[in-house]
Design a protein around this ligand. Structure first.
Ligand code: FMN
Length: 336
């Protein structure tokens, strides 16, 4: 059975990619990921704020307009909050690249166009076979329009593309007014891959202390619906590869994302919960499903459930919405 796939021009033995998460902070974990069957690994991110703090004065950070006020920076993580320094990051990347045969994609996480992008070059030199850009940007100002936000994404992508020769992907937020149009713009600007989607970690409130809480809950399979929708809509419409992720906890989610049209499927929470060897179990289940369905290659069924392959494409649009609402049966408990 052939599980091989191509993701942003890289040949992978199978479509399961370990998403950026702390598991890649240790070289031995990356070796274990390869052993358990991962097709590729995205390393945890280096953050723009970490890079700027390590290399520039705080004044530079304000000048770049990243933070709304000097006070904002006092709440910001300091260098000790980042487990791994930049040098250590590059060293892990270098060692891991020499220790495994699967591609390692390095991750840069930021929002501005300068000051940190050159680290992509260092990542490439350290052995990264690709760069994933995570632009986690909350435009919490009334002065910036949707098209300016989109331009920022395109500009950051172009800036990184111009300084490296390895493929570059963008991990996107789902919150754009015209997702398909933005995806198209990014694809035209040279994005080798789009990762759908970045998971948002909105703050919570503690109503006793009246403080904000920053708690990370691992994902659940029910979270696949939004990336699944956009994977299905974008399949066949953009040149960039599609990496789908969020909510992958078993082979069912992997299969759904590939049916929608993903080139690769990314997972973090399930591996944090069950451990790296869990990958083997998912791959075995994937093979069993393909055998049952008599598919011998991934490309035989990738995108089968995409919008372009549906008899009725409106089922991904308002028709789905109306059918879902109208299909709901209130439970008997409320019957008079
Ligand atoms: C503990 C933890 C740390 C993460 N760190 C990063 C990171 O450094 N960079 C990044 O782009 N995504 C990071 N993510 C997000 C994951 O890469 C992934 O997009 C998200 O968890 C959704 O996938 P999942 O449902 O398989 O967990 C992190 C996720 C978790 C749970």
């Amino acid at each position: 059975m052939d599980l091989s796939t191509t993701y942003m021009g890289l040949s992978l033995r199978n479509p399961i990619v370990v998403a950026a998460c702390p598991l890649s902070e240790k070289v031995e974990n990356i070796v274990a990921m390869e052993k358990a069957g991962a097709g590729a690994v995205v390393m945890f991110s280096l953050f723009e704020e970490q890079l700027l703090r390590e290399n520039a004065s705080h004044a530079d950070i304000y000048r770049q307009g990243i933070h709304s006020s000097p006070e904002a920076l006092s709440h910001f993580p300091d260098q000790t909050d980042f487990h791994v320094s930049i040098e250590e990051y590059l060293e892990i990347l270098h060692k891991a690249s020499n220790s495994v045969g699967i591609p390692i994609i390095a991750s840069l996480n930021g929002i501005s166009e300068s000051g940190w992008i050159e680290y992509a070059v260092q990542m490439e030199k350290a052995g990264a076979k690709g760069i994933e850009l995570n632009i986690y940007y909350i435009p919490a100002t009334v002065n910036i329009s949707g098209s300016e936000v989109e331009k920022r994404y395109v500009d950051v992508l172009r800036a990184v593309k111009s300084c490296v020769s390895v493929p570059v992907s963008l991990k996107l937020s789902p919150y754009f007014s015209s997702m398909a149009h933005l995806a198209h713009q990014l694809s035209d600007a040279g994005a080798d891959g789009l990762v759908l989607f970045n998971r948002f970690y909105e703050p919570d409130f503690n109503i006793e202390t009246l403080k904000l809480m920053h708690i990370l809950h691992l994902s659940t399979p029910s979270e696949i619906r939004l990336p699944l929708l956009w994977t299905a809509i974008l399949y066949g419409r953009i040149r960039s590869s599609i990496g789908a992720g969020t909510g992958v906890h078993g082979s069912t989610e992997v299969i759904k994302y590939i049916l929608a049209g993903a080139d690769v499927v990314m997972m973090a929470s399930a591996l944090l919960k069950h451990g790296i060897p869990y990958l083997t179990h998912i791959l075995d289940d994937l093979r069993r499903w393909m055998q049952k369905k008599e598919f011998s290659k991934i490309k035989d069924w990738r995108g089968l459930m995409s919008q372009r392959n549906m008899d009725d494409p409106t089922l991904y649009e308002r028709a789905n919405y109306i059918k879902t609402l109208k299909g709901y049966e209130p439970i008997a408990l409320f019957d008079n």
